[in-house]
Design a protein around this ligand. Structure first.
Ligand code: DOR
Ligand code: ZN
Length: 423
């Protein structure tokens, strides 16, 4: 394969270079100006397009086993490839929960058979994600899991969390923490604040998130172990993590595109489609998240891709499930916001490709000779208006239908395969 005339993102030298890229047997063999054709089977004309390392989403819900009507490994993987992703980490809140070797092995069989992207499963910290008993996660990691998480549910019991952290430290496993103190959630459905008062619905306070982050950072410090905080959404979360990092505590975190592209003001119009946990917050939270992206407090962008059926999402704010289908629009949402905020493409690649892999202990993918071909080719300058018909995920539940966004994925390439092509 040869990719001609594109601008590739050279992360080592932080340069954008107009070069041709030759790929043989899935490996990048040559990068140079006007490479001669050598009987390549596939010629990609990347004129005016940009070539980025393949994106990695460290937080997706592909719903299999148990909720195949919302998403399957196959449909989730297809949506990922369309979004420019070559790899994802799946969350274990399926039915059954991924908490035993038998269930994990069955999942890995489905992945092998059905996925066009690389899928790394995570497994539950506690059996059934009940928050009561630790799962045998050491054994699960030996049998094909890559991280532990009770995502979707917090681990309220502090002693149990302490045990989990001690164990994960010993085994050197990444833990991905869903920080939510149920005592402050109040059966709420959206952010507690101006909008919840206007609509007269119960709100979820910011405290429910940041108090838990505070609790777990203290334990990470004491045990000198690393923790990763999922989907941060509040101003205080950014501030607490910033301060912890400055003290050398090993905490990393991710933000979802909906938490920096939008705020709670879209809820009255979008209703349950904009219902997500943690909820869309206030404008001042978004402003602090942007500061956290700019100063490196926030390490990664992860989608928390949470597909649900249209029927479920048509319910009212209390009844509808939490979640936004996010993997197809993450890149355009980020490109659009980053342009507005003057954040460069290198930071974007760091947050959407390099850092997620690093946090999980995977090798970051770079575009250089000798590396495997793992890339996404993007039209960075064109805009598109998002339609529901364009979404290939089973979950059409995104509040960004009708939005005009910058950036169109043209090709996603993994080794010798073009796993997505727009036209
Ligand atoms: O909005 C959310 N949806 N937040 C979560 O933590 C879980 C997820 C889901 O599984 O639907
Ligand atoms: Zn999640």
């Amino acid at each position: 394969m040869i990719i001609q005339n594109g601008y590739y993102i050279n992360m080592k030298d932080k340069k954008i270079e107009k070069k041709d890229i030759r790929v043989k047997d899935g490996i990048i063999t040559e990068i140079g100006e006007r490479l001669e054709l050598a009987n390549e089977d596939q010629i990609i004309n990347a004129k005016e397009l940009y070539i980025l390392p393949g994106l990695f989403d460290m937080h997706v819900h592909f719903r299999e086993p148990g909720y195949e009507y919302k998403e399957t490994i196959k449909t989730g993987a297809k949506a990922a490839a369309k979004g420019g992703y070559t790899g994802v980490l799946t969350m274990p809140n399926t039915n059954p929960v991924i908490d035993s070797v038998e269930i994990l092995k069955a999942l890995n069989e489905i992945i092998k058979k059905d996925s066009m992207v690389e899928i790394f499963p995570s497994v539950a910290v506690t059996t059934g994600q009940s928050g009561e008993v630790l799962s045998n996660f050491g054994e699960l990691i030996e049998n094909g899991a890559y991280a532990i998480s009770d995502d979707g549910q917090p681990i309220m019991n502090e002693d149990l969390m302490y045990e989990a952290l001690k164990e994960k430290h010993k085994l050197k496993i990444p833990i991905l923490i869903h920080s939510e103190d149920k005592r402050y959630v109040n059966n709420g459905c959206i952010n507690e604040g101006k909008i919840s008062r206007e609509l007269g619905v119960r709100g979820i306070s910011s405290k429910s998130e940041y108090e838990m982050i505070h609790r777990d950072i203290k334990m990470a410090e004491e045990l000198d172990t690393s923790i990763h905080i999922c989907h941060i959404s509040t101003k205080e979360s950014v501030e607490i993590i910033r301060e912890a990092k400055s003290k050398g505590i090993k905490v990393t975190c991710e933000v979802a595109p909906h938490h920096f592209y939008a705020d709670e003001s879209i809820v009255p119009k979008k209703k349950s489609i904009a219902k997500v946990n943690p909820p869309l917050r206030a404008a001042q939270d978004v402003a602090e998240i942007i500061r956290g992206i700019k100063d490196g407090t926030i390490d990664a962008i992860a989608t928390d891709h949470a597909p649900h059926s249209s029927k479920e999402k048509q319910k009212d704010l209390y009844e509808a499930p939490f979640g936004i289908s996010g993997i197809e629009l993450a890149l355009p949402l980020t490109l659009t916001k980053f342009e507005e905020e003057n954040i460069d493409i290198f930071r974007l690649v760091d947050m959407m490709s390099i850092n997620p892999r690093k946090i999980l202990g995977l090798k970051p993918e770079l575009i250089e000779v000798g590396s495997r071909a793992n890339m996404v080719i993007v039209d960075l300058t064109s805009t598109q208006v998002i339609t529901e018909e364009s979404i290939v995920s089973k979950g059409k539940n995104t509040p960004f239908i009708g939005e005009k966004l910058k950036g169109i994925v043209e090709y996603t390439i993994l080794e010798e395969k073009i796993i997505f092509r727009r036209s």
